[in-house]
Design a protein around this ligand. Structure first.
Ligand code: HPA
Length: 267
């Protein structure tokens, strides 16, 4: 695995002429529009990178974008890998490990989620302050000591300084933020009413199908992380669809983009 990470990193480094990204961004739901704000210097299709997971979804090539955003050198993953697509947990986090080897010292992620906290509304942005990972852990298996410890600490999985910064940027830009705990389940089914109730009962404010593996891999390597969840539907809704999730995600895009760019400017 380590060898594969190094080979993928070497391949990319040759294409990006000594560019060293400071921050990694996973463009989940709500951050798609961020691409338009990046001064793109290089872009590399996942399919061309050795050992990168091959995207199974048609029309979803996926690529790494290198460029400037908020005055910082960034690498953005346009397209992420989900466990429900059939990738192993290790494949899901492979790009995060490569981003670390490329030089990132912070990771920013976004996602769409269902709100289980009764005070949340559709369209709210929730800063993730903690998570409960109920997807198979990507660190299962022999530990790669060069990446991090066998038993990584997961307190402050979401960096308190980055959360404070987000609060400040949101106040200045009049963006309303919620705060809470994100619970990940494998999907691809949305939850039954009792499953939403279970998420709430164990302390979850939102539920989704991504993010926690990436954060676990990043924290294993000591990278400070920041995550935001868009509430695209509520546990109390009568039904939920992928189309609705996408439509609500699109609506929150502007605020989410403002928040992330504002944070990068201040790093
Ligand atoms: N459940 C799981 N994943 C989701 C949801 C949800 O309600 N909404 C968006 N992603």
């Amino acid at each position: 695995m380590l060898q594969q990470i190094k080979e993928a990193t070497a391949f990319i480094q040759e294409k990006i002429d000594g560019f060293v990204p400071e921050a990694g961004i996973i463009l989940g739901t709500g951050l798609g529009g961020l691409v338009e704000h990046i001064d793109i210097l290089h872009s590399i299709d996942y399919a061309s990178i050795p050992h990168f997971p091959i995207s199974t979804v048609e029309g979803h090539t996926g690529r790494l974008i290198f460029g400037m955003l908020g005055g910082k050198r960034i690498v953005a993953m346009q397209g992420r890998f989900h466990y429900y697509e059939g990738y192993t947990p290790q494949q899901v986090v492979f790009p995060v490990r490569v981003m670390k080897f490329l030089g990132i010292s912070r990771l920013f992620v976004s996602n769409a989620s269902g709100g289980t906290n009764p005070s949340f509304r559709v369209g709210d942005l929730m800063v993730i302050t903690d998570h409960i990972n109920l997807i198979p852990n990507p660190l299962i298996g022999p530990n790669i000591d060069e990446l991090g410890p066998r038993f990584p600490d997961m307190r402050d999985a979401y960096d308190p300084a980055l959360i404070s910064l987000a609060t400040q940027i949101a106040e200045e830009n009049k963006i309303k933020l919620q705060y809470g705990c994100y619970v990940s389940l494998t999907g691809p089914t949305f939850e039954t009413p009792h499953e939403y109730g279970y998420v709430r009962a164990i302390g979850g404010d939102t539920v989704g199908m991504s993010t926690t593996p990436e954060i676990i891999a990043a924290r294993h390597m000591g990278i400070p992380c920041f995550g935001v969840s868009i509430i695209t539907d509520l546990a109390t809704d009568n039904s939920v669809s992928h189309e609705e999730v996408q439509a609500q995600g699109k609506k929150a895009e502007k605020e989410m983009t403002r928040l992330f760019v504002g944070m990068l400017e201040r790093l």
